[in-house]
Design a protein. Structure first.
Length: 215
């Protein structure tokens, strides 16, 4: 098993108050990071949540959308313990997404171990209120600085966590949905079966139009 170094924060972040979670607005004290260069994933570590300070303007992810992510949750159990829902399945899908975008896959057992260690460290961030959870967001993006259409040779992996409630403002009540037939996010041979940044960007215009129409 790969050793994951841990540096604890000296300035804990303010936790949201119960009933004020929303979705994706609050982030926990720590994150997992690792880099890919010279043909290998290196330096797995957990460190305080913070901004990137060395991303160049020509980073490939900015220009060519070579970026993937995952999303899954950890739940507080009735006995107070914390369980992550199907991390193995999400790690496998992360691998499929990586291969589709020519990104070197992260060893799945390492990703799962990192997520478990990260959640264990920030266990106090797992909400106790009904219907809430701690959302895990692994993301890989290309960091090599160049302009040209080819797979990058350098990448960054980050896993952050966020205490969340319901995704929609209506909570867990039914929502009005509009079926869009003109704009297509997923097409045969496309990216619809993997979680890429470009995949979700393609949905934004249709989503805005639906919202303006009252859906």
């Amino acid at each position: 098993m790969v050793q994951i170094e841990t540096a604890r924060t000296e300035t804990p972040r303010q936790k949201p108050t119960p009933g004020n979670l929303g979705f994706g607005r609050h982030f926990s004290d720590h994150m997992f990071r690792m880099e890919y260069r010279d043909g290998a994933w290196i330096s797995p570590r957990i460190e305080p949540y913070g901004a990137f300070v060395a991303l160049e303007p020509a980073a490939s992810a900015i220009h060519y959308a070579q970026s993937i992510f995952e999303g899954f949750k950890a739940f507080r159990q009735a006995n107070g313990e914390v369980a992550i829902f199907r991390p193995d399945a999400h790690a496998a899908r992360f691998t499929r997404s990586a291969k589709r975008l020519c990104i070197p896959p992260v060893p799945e057992e390492l990703l799962v171990a990192a997520c478990r260690q990260l959640v264990s460290l920030d266990a106090d961030w797992v909400p106790r209120e009904e219907g809430a959870s701690l959302y895990l967001r692994p993301v890989i993006f290309a960091t090599e600085s160049f302009l040209g259409v080819r797979p990058a040779t350098r990448y960054q992996l980050v896993v952050m966590t966020s205490p969340v409630g319901a995704y929609y403002a209506e909570g867990f009540a039914p929502v009005r949905i509009l079926v869009e037939r003109r704009q297509v996010r997923a097409a045969p041979g496309g990216l619809g079966d993997v979680k890429t940044a470009a995949n979700y960007a393609a949905s934004l215009q249709a989503a805005m139009a639906a919202k303006e129409a009252g859906y």
